[in-house]
Design a protein around this ligand. Sequence first.
Ligand SMILES: [Zn+2]
Ligand SMILES: [Zn+2]
Length: 267
Amino acid sequence: MLDLHTHHKRCGHAYGDLEDYVQEAILRGLPILGVTDHSPYFYSHENHPYKQLAMSITEFDVYMEEAVRLKRTYQGQIEVLIGVESDIFKEHIQLYGEMYAKYPIDYVIGSIHFVSPSGIMESLDFNTASEEQKQQEALRYVEIMKAGIDSGWVQIIGHMDGFKRGYPAFTGLLAPYVDELLKRMAARGVALEINTSGIQHACKEWYPSFDVIERARFHSVPVTFGSDAHHPDRLTTDWEKVRDTLMLVGYRQVVYFRQRKPFLMDL
Ligand SMILES: [Zn+2]
Ligand SMILES: [Zn+2]
């Protein structure tokens, strides 16, 4: 058992300190816990532009120092992996890669929350958009994901079909591109995350959907698990079901990363 996707109060919309997650993970018997709070908006001229979405730029140093300290403190009880859930912005791929190269990061989860920095304030509303707008947005999403897969600094693609969170039919918009994306991930050694947080939202299912997990197996894409917990109580949500599902489609191992290098854990 492991959980590679967790947040804490620094991002402004999660609960608990980093140490609360580490202690909860020890209580639950996890051998490995990844801490991956949201990346700051590194491209911004302001230190803390969206206080409810992510930590400030200057806070990133403090986050890293605290994670390193906890890794040492709890060594022997649990392995704390130091990560970040990074936004992928096509226009800032290089900048983000340069930032992460400066820190002792075990792995980066690359996720798309917005299709561009300007999209943070003006996201497309899929529920009222035209068919053409939706198709265009899906295509942009795919292009950003490709840039993330090719970036060299993304080890795991987070919530691959994440836009279904508020618009379940996004699954259908993404479907024509899934094989192409998975093949690209397999070729680059980029892992697919099974993220169970979607059950709390309109889509009411994991990211990605079952069909995508099956296709990932077909293309031999490495997989891993993340609860995307924003509260310590949510750690490892649905882990047993995910393990059974992965076994069902033919997986026998999940992947995790130390200093950006892949390691396998038996299911
Ligand atoms: Zn969050
Ligand atoms: Zn996310």
